[in-house]
Ligand binder design. Structure first.
Ligand SMILES: Cc1cc2nc3c(=O)[nH]c(=O)nc-3n(C[C@H](O)[C@H](O)[C@H](O)COP(=O)(O)O)c2cc1C
Length: 221
């Protein structure tokens, strides 16, 4: 196979060009829809697609929060509310985004003033959590209540890691015991899970085609 390749030195891209290249090429990305509260208990909700699983022991999820912008006077980077809230309270909920909530999810990315509630702004209903103060998004197929594990500064970003303490799963994807292990979910029950992924620009993807690729050294359990 011949393939023509355009190769670049990372140093030749300015910060915005690098951000856009990463955003548009590292796709599709899962989306952490993160709810948090400030010290006065006011709710905040925002999507983060620089997101993944860090560990199962302990169970840790991580996502990267970039700066909101620069202070016009001092030039200092301004923190997003999610980061400020998690630093202040040590708690968060990571919700998985279902197709039905794509539009409100995007609305929750609007840069509201600190303390303004994106749940209300996007017409979403909050369900109470059990172990942490931030609520979860009603309608999310899976929601992970988390306590702050660690925040690592990575250049302009903060990699926020939350340790999962309680999990809420839509009964339609929860199968319970399967092949000797409990608490299983079925990722093929996409009619209920229907997770949304982020592509570049304003593009999103819905899960439609699934291939089965068996490994010789692993089961499909
Ligand atoms: C689908 C989607 C994914 C996003 N992913 C990120 C991300 O990974 N990191 C980030 O800093 N901002 C990301 N954003 C932008 C934030 O959601 C946006 O800046 C938001 O206003 C932050 O809210 P907050 O200040 O209430 O935390 C994303 C936006 C959308 C729509």
């Amino acid at each position: 196979m011949t393939q023509e390749i355009h190769s670049l030195d990372a140093a030749d891209l300015n910060p915005t060009e690098m951000y856009l290249l990463l955003r548009d090429a590292v796709i599709p990305r899962p989306i952490a829809w993160v709810s948090s509260v400030d010290v006065d208990g006011r709710s905040n909700l925002a999507p983060y697609s620089f997101f993944n699983v860090c560990s199962n022991v302990p169970p840790v999820l991580g996502f990267a929060v970039g700066p909101r912008g620069k202070d016009k006077l001092t030039g200092a980077l301004i923190e997003k509310d999610t980061l400020a809230n998690i630093k202040a309270t040590g708690e968060l909920v990571v919700n998985i985004v279902p197709e039905e909530l794509i539009e409100p999810m995007v609305r929750t990315a609007t840069g509201l003033e600190p303390g303004e509630d994106e749940f209300a702004f996007a017409g979403l209903t909050q369900a109470p959590s059990e172990k942490v103060r931030p609520g979860r998004v009603l309608g999310a197929p899976v929601a992970f209540e988390c306590r702050l594990f660690q925040i690592v500064e990575v250049g302009t970003h903060h990699w926020v890691m939350g340790e999962i303490v309680r999990i809420h799963i839509d009964e339609r994807i929860y199968v319970g015991a399967y092949k000797g292990l409990n608490h299983r979910v079925d990722p093929l029950r996409v009619e209920a899970l229907r997770p949304v992924g982020r592509l570049g620009r304003a593009y999103y993807t819905r899960l439609r085609e699934i291939d089965t690729i068996l490994r010789s050294d692993a089961s499909n359990d």
